[in-house]
Design a protein. Structure first.
Length: 296
């Protein structure tokens, strides 16, 4: 598992070296957009709509739009300085709360936390303390220049950190249109609904749930591959031919080396000598012809 961050967990005077790993992965199927005619992937180029020309990476700057169409430019140096000021490689636990006190809407992304060098004892201590107290730690951390709120809890003998949205990042539920007001519902209908819920109630087993759409798409892709319905873009085909040609040339060179290379050299010299002899033998005949013409 790839280590994506190294630092420490701190609470009070306790400091625990840790390594962070992504606990989840995106299994969504990513489809490329191709040109229908030749099946080449479509490029998305950076084009300035005002200048109507493609811009290079060196021509780009970062700006904050404070009013529609008006921006404040932030230089790389300014952003770098702010990043250095907040780049503390520490998960600082500031509070302990109960897990049920936090609504799941605040949860963002999960990360496994493993002990760093000489951190196993302190790691185990925090894990046992969280389990016995049935509490979770509320912490602050900076990841990729972004300060985030997080919680630290125990998951199957491993410490897990989950980033949490700040309150102003969760939209106001009052802005959702057409939400009906709470009114008394029909008692008979309510009892029937509760009975149905009771019949469908079970223990949560994540293994029983599957992404049927993703599995069907992958099955369809495999069927097309088995039927040899795959396609190759012209550019990829050209690259393959170049690689094959280079391999053939290299193999030829290696085979010539194995033969000592002398045969080729000898043939070349013999051919050159024959040409030179032919030229030199032809020259006296021309001179003889000239003499005969002169004496006559």
């Amino acid at each position: 598992m790839h280590t994506m961050w190294k630092g420490s967990i701190s609470f009070g005077l306790v400091n625990i070296p840790i390594k962070m790993y992504s606990a989840t992965e995106d299994k969504d199927i990513k489809l490329r957009t191709l040109h229908k005619e030749c099946h080449s992937p479509i490029k998305y180029e950076k084009v300035c709509p005002n200048c109507e020309k493609e811009v290079e990476q060196d021509d780009l700057v970062k700006g904050y739009e404070y009013v529609k169409g008006k921006y404040v430019i932030l230089t790389d140096e300014e952003l770098k300085q702010l990043k250095e000021e907040h780049e503390d490689k520490s998960v600082k636990i500031i509070d302990f709360v109960k897990l049920e006190d936090i609504d799941p809407i605040y949860f963002n992304r999960s990360y496994f936390l493993g002990p760093g060098e000489n951190g196993s004892k302190a790691y185990s201590l925090l894990r046992e303390a969280l389990e016995d107290s049935k509490k979770i730690g509320v912490a602050e951390i900076t990841i990729r220049s972004k300060q985030q709120l997080a919680i630290v809890r125990v998951y199957k003998d491993c410490l897990v950190m989950e980033t949490v949205h700040y309150p102003d990042e969760v939209r106001n539920v009052g802005d959702v249109p057409s939400v009906p007001e709470r009114k008394e519902v029909d008692k008979k209908e309510l009892d029937t609904a509760i009975t149905l819920i009771d019949q469908l109630t079970t223990e949560f087993d994540p293994e029983k749930y599957h992404d049927d759409y993703r599995e069907d798409v992958l099955r369809l892709v495999q069927e097309k591959i088995n039927k040899e319905e795959g396609t190759t873009t012209p550019s990829d085909l050209d690259k393959t031919n170049v690689v094959d040609l280079m391999s053939a040339l290299q193999a030829s060179i290696e085979r010539t080396k194995d033969q000592g290379g002398k045969t080729v050299k000898k043939k070349t010299e013999t051919k050159a000598d024959a040409t030179e002899k032919k030229t030199s033998s032809a020259q006296p005949k021309k001179r003889t012809t000239r003499k005969k013409k002169a004496s006559s």
